[in-house]
Design a binder for this molecule. Structure first.
Ligand SMILES: Nc1nc2c(ncn2[C@@H]2O[C@H](COP(=O)(O)OP(=O)(O)OP(=O)(O)O)[C@@H](O)[C@H]2O)c(=O)[nH]1
Ligand SMILES: [Mg+2]
Length: 300
């Protein structure tokens, strides 16, 4: 696609045409980081408040995000959601499940929802996610929510993308210990104890508080994070969560934050990995015989 056509898509996106945004995302997926030469993509005109929602599988992240969207929309804030699915055989089901979960918002022009596979990203967030964030900033969403499954070190790149990170936990035995192991406690700005309709919620919150205090005693550099209680299925606690997040936004300089070196470096890593993977694929496809294979490495 010519530069001129890309410029037109960017213009459409900035005019808040969803069709333009969708086409721009397709082009970003096709042409990748090359398109960063377009000034609107390298220096977006707007900076969306990026909220990372992470936590163990099945903690209720998507259900909670659905409720959060409702709360933000009441205040006329526009919301984009990027749900990053780990590339498991189940992820297709998860995407379908999310479609159903978010159904009530699909007709709403102020809401944009996309699921992304984390496939091919060698851990960490994929290149598409970073490019998508730049496109969303051109559209001018007030808020972008990024859902990731916090299952291990490889997912912790969320820390270089989100302005605020909420870790969702549930009152099931060992969950806080699991979170600690996965490194979630180090990155969390806010804890959400979801499924608080379940027995043991209060006990779990006390346990979590104790773990956090213990963690702080060992490492005073850890953030002092607030704990909020929600029941995503009924929406209990969603208003308080939305208010807390909106309030935190006030003190942030989003543009400055989005341009800090660690953020740009994480983006560079993802984009470089993508290029490398494409290169590997291109070279490997040329191999048709053992001789080709030998020749490939003769000079290395
Ligand atoms: N009892 C109860 N169930 C809940 C609550 N929140 C979510 N659930 C249920 O928990 C299940 C998982 O919810 P999801 O929102 O898909 O969880 P998730 O964290 O997005 O899951 P993955 O994206 O697959 O990691 C669903 O069956 C929800 O209906 C809650 O507050 N209470
Ligand atoms: Mg989910």
């Amino acid at each position: 696609m010519s530069d001129d056509k890309i410029r037109k898509l960017i213009k459409k996106t900035q005019n808040k045409e969803i069709a333009g945004l969708s086409q721009l995302l397709t082009q970003l997926d096709r042409h990748g980081p090359k398109l960063l030469t377009h000034k609107s993509l390298s220096h977006p005109p707007h900076h969306s408040y990026r909220i990372g929602i992470t936590g163990p599988p099945g903690a209720g992240k998507s259900t909670l995000i659905n409720q959060l969207i409702t709360e933000f929309r009441k205040n006329n804030l526009t919301v984009a959601v990027i749900a990053i699915d780990p590339s498991s055989p189940f992820s297709k089901g998860a995407i379908l499940g999310d479609r159903i979960r978010y159904l009530q918002h699909y007709q709403d022009k102020g809401v944009f929802i996309r699921s992304l596979g984390s496939r091919g990203s060698l851990g960490g967030l994929c290149a598409s996610a970073y490019l998508m964030l730049r496109a969303l900033d051109n559209y001018g969403f007030d808020i972008t929510i990024i859902e990731t499954v916090g299952v291990g070190q490889s997912e912790l790149d969320i820390v270089h993308v989100a302005d605020e990170i909420a870790v969702v936990l549930v009152p099931e035995s060992g969950d806080s210990i699991q979170a600690m192991k996965a490194g979630l406690l180090e990155i969390s700005d806010l804890y959400i104890v979801n499924k608080s309709d379940r027995p043991g919620a209060e006990g779990f919150i006390n346990e979590l508080k104790a773990s956090l205090e213990l963690g702080l005693a060992y490492n005073p550099e850890l953030k002092k994070s607030k704990i909020l209680k929600t029941t995503a299925t009924t929406g209990d606690g969603a208003l308080e969560l939305a208010e807390e997040l909106t309030q935190r936004k006030q003190s942030l300089d989003l543009e400055k934050l989005h341009k800090t070196a660690p953020r740009l470096q994480a983006e560079a890593r993802a984009l470089l990995k993508l290029q490398l993977e494409q290169n590997i694929l291109k070279q490997s496809e040329k191999i048709k015989s053992v001789e080709d294979l030998i020749n490939l490495f003769k000079n290395s």
